[in-house]
Design a binder for this molecule. Structure first.
Ligand code: ADP
Ligand code: MG
Length: 692
């Protein structure tokens, strides 16, 4: 046996059958090396290892038949076709070709032996094979010994070529042991097969192998590759972390300002808030940049934790920037910070699209000169004109709504050579435990897993829209008791315009139905200023009922609101339902959430509504969401671009996550030379981890 050679160094053009044109087409499939060929896996298999008697054919079952051509005639039905009859002594079946050449017709002459691969379907002449693959003539090769792989492909690349290349790849593996990028001793405990064995099984399973397991990813051969992919991802994150460690950050400490803030509060911090503030303080006191994610359910008090962090930086003479994805959310933070920090003599600056030229100039000057210690804002913060004197801490709310580039741009504003600001991220989108390690493996995370005392869990009911009148009566009753209510219109349509129209229609109906109440309306088509004014009328209690689109998903904090009605709740995902529901239950009163749905409900919709009724724990809801929708969708909607696995499935393969982590650290310590290659094999340089 030859010594191992690196699979990725063997160019695909060295394989038989690959000329320059084929190479070009294969490149479109991402296949450039022998390694690529071997890791291009089948998505199904055909059984060409045995012949099925024609007499026992059933429609739409992939089979091989062999027999004698009885006749081959051009027939004129709706379309001209070549109809060829084949018999094997147990029955007769037809092959039909709509496109055929004269040579083809001649080759299918009466009396020839023919072997056909395909799926018969009911047709004019009984069961028919349409355009099947076939071999005819005196020299039909022996039957396959293994199952036949079917590969994902692209125009101009035939299954035949892909099969041929894979076969050459496997052949190569038999004569050259592939170098295991994960050394055997690190895998021994897992009981998973070696790479060559796993790849052979996946490309050429035996007829009695459990194909279901291979296809649904529950076979050890698949797990072996999943393991490698997960190890590669972990290594990617470790590498990012190492890069981070090479950077420095200002050492921030000081307790005086935070102490003053806490003393002035009318309540005590929860244990969870204290713990998390402690974790942040420890990070800030180090000379490496903090990269910490705070996860906390809506209402758990993240903003206060952020304020405590900001005060540490300010006390050390550094500036702080707090960035939120929408103006509404940013304004909420602005209001909170002004309320808390004004008594300490700290001015809070404001930067958003709606800020006028004069105020904007003043804020920019204050930040550049260092007079402005704290700025709250939106995307406006990372524009070129914004320059900081000494930016020491960046706080980002709901970071998944920002792109990596935007976040980096903000960090660069605080860079001095090798020194960058600390970064704190807040999210109310609970990351299921299953995903956290993958999505945020490169961040330190803190969880605020305790609600401020006195909060009563929200009671949730699901009602069909036919009970709308009862719902209106409940709103009347709630508002007569002096509390307030939300009515959320949730059109799924992308268009703001349609959403706004639907909200206006609902607004008018509700105004008519509840003449004794002051009803207010907000939607995404309004100018920021108008929206803010209307919101203010609701916050102050002047309006009792707020009709809104999902613009109120984040950032609205009216503790006196105790009733939330959501229309078309069956169309929303769990994450969004949970976010919206979090607008109530923020004060001491018992709050209610009414989910109005249209019948009939789909199975998933029923489950979702049941989850909402049964729990208010954001983490439980996130786990359920993941189960119902799968990680692809979950990531697609909430974490766009953060993570994409080729083979691993985070829900299915959860059990491998922890072992993969261990293997990754062992590999980094003992075999650093393999790391680079594993990363290249699996990530192809295109990965985006949560943040750096
Ligand atoms: P989050 O941002 O996590 O959704 P907030 O920080 O907006 O939550 O806090 C929600 C409300 O609870 C705010 O009105 C805040 O002042 C209040 N709050 C925060 N911490 C506490 C606490 N420990 N006890 C009582 N109320 C608190
Ligand atoms: Mg908040």
């Amino acid at each position: 046996m030859s010594p191992p050679a690196a699979l990725e160094t063997i160019d695909i053009t060295r394989l038989k059958g690959v000329g320059p044109r084929a190479a070009e087409r294969l490149a479109r499939l991402g296949l450039a090396t022998l390694e690529d060929v071997l890791f291009h896996l089948p998505f199904r298999y055909e059984d060409r290892t045995r012949i099925t008697p024609i007499g026992s054919l059933r429609p739409e079952q992939g089979v091989v038949i062999e027999g004698e051509v009885m006749a081959a005639d051009v027939v004129f039905g709706k379309r001209r076709s070549l109809l060829c009859k084949v018999a094997d002594g147990t029955g007769l079946v037809a092959l039909r070709f709509y496109h055929f050449s004269a040579a083809q017709k001649n080759a299918l002459e009466k009396g020839r032996r023919i072997r056909v691969y395909g799926e018969p379907r009911p047709g004019a002449a009984g069961l028919e094979f349409y355009h099947p693959e076939y071999q005819s003539g005196p020299d039909i090769p022996p039957l396959e010994k293994a199952l036949t792989p079917v590969y994902p492909t692209t125009e101009g690349v035939s299954q035949k070529l892909l099969r041929n290349l894979a076969a050459q790849g496997l052949q190569w593996l038999q004569t050259h042991a592939p170098e295991e990028l994960i050394p055997r001793q690190l895998l021994d405990q897992s009981g998973l097969p070696g790479l060559a064995q796993a790849l052979t099984k996946l490309h050429h399973p035996q007829p009695d192998d459990p194909v279901d397991l291979l296809l649904d990813g529950n076979h050890p051969a698949v797990k072996r590759l999943v393991m490698e992919e997960m190890v590669a991802h972990q290594l990617g994150m470790l590498a990012k972390r190492a890069g981070q460690k090479a950077l420095s950050a200002p050492v921030l400490s000081g307790e005086a300002l935070t102490g003053k803030l806490l003393q002035a509060l009318p309540f005590q911090l929860t244990g969870a808030q204290q713990r998390v503030i402690g974790e942040i303080r420890a990070d800030l006191a180090r000379q490496h940049p903090m990269l910490r994610l705070i996860q906390g359910d809506v209402g758990s008090g993240k903003t206060l934790v952020a304020a405590a962090a900001a005060l540490v930086a300010i006390e050390s003479g550094y500036q702080v920037a707090l960035m939120a994805p929408t103006e509404l959310l940013a304004e909420q933070h602005l209001a909170n910070f002004r309320h808390w920090l004004a008594p300490l003599g700290i001015e809070v600056h404001w930067l958003a699209g709606s800020v006028g030229a004069k105020a904007r100039r003043e804020t920019l000057a204050a930040l550049a000169e260092g007079r402005g210690a704290l700025v709250v804002g939106t995307h406006a913060l990372f524009q070129d004109a914004v320059v900081f004197h000494r930016l020491g801490l960046i706080i980002i709310d709901e970071q998944h709504r920002f792109g990596v580039q935007q976040r980096l741009a903000l960090r660069e504003k605080g860079r001095f050579g090798n020194q960058v600001p600390h970064q704190l991220t807040l999210t109310a989108t609970p990351i299921p435990r299953t995903l956290a390690m993958s999505v945020y493996g490169d961040l330190d995370t803190s969880v605020i897993d305790e609600m401020p005392p006195g909060r009563k869990p929200i009671q949730t009911l699901a009602l069909p829209t036919s009970r709308r009148d009862d719902v209106v009566a409940r709103i009347r009753a709630a508002c007569q008791e002096g509390t307030q209510a939300y009515w959320v219109c949730t059109l799924i349509e992308e268009s703001d315009e349609l959403q706004a129209q639907a909200a206006e229609a609902t607004f008018e109906t509700l105004q008519d139905a509840l003449p004794e109440l002051t009803v207010e309306l907000v939607h995404g088509r309004m100018k920021a200023k108008e929206k803010a004014e209307r919101m203010a009328r609701f916050s102050s209690g002047e309006a009792q009922l707020l009709v809104a689109t999902t613009v109120i998903e984040v950032g609205v904090d009216v503790p006196n609101a105790t009733l939330m009605v959501m229309e078309n709740a069956e169309r929303l995902g769990l994450a969004q339902l949970h976010q919206l529901r979090g607008r109530v239950g923020r004060g001491g009163e018992q709050s209610y959430c009414l989910l109005l749905y249209q019948t009939p409900l789909s199975f998933t919709a029923k489950k979702r509504l049941a989850v909402m009724r049964d729990t208010s724990d954001g983490f439980v809801i996130a786990e359920e969401d993941l189960k119902l929708r799968g990680p692809g969708e979950w990531l697609g909607t909430r974490q766009t671009g953060d993570l994409a696995f080729r083979i691993a499935d985070l829900v299915r393969d959860e059990a491998l996550m922890a072992p993969a982590r261990e293997v990754a650290s062992a590999l980094l310590a003992q075999y650093p030379d393999r790391v680079e290659r594993l990363l290249r094999r699996w990530l192809r340089g295109g990965e985006h981890f949560a943040d750096v």
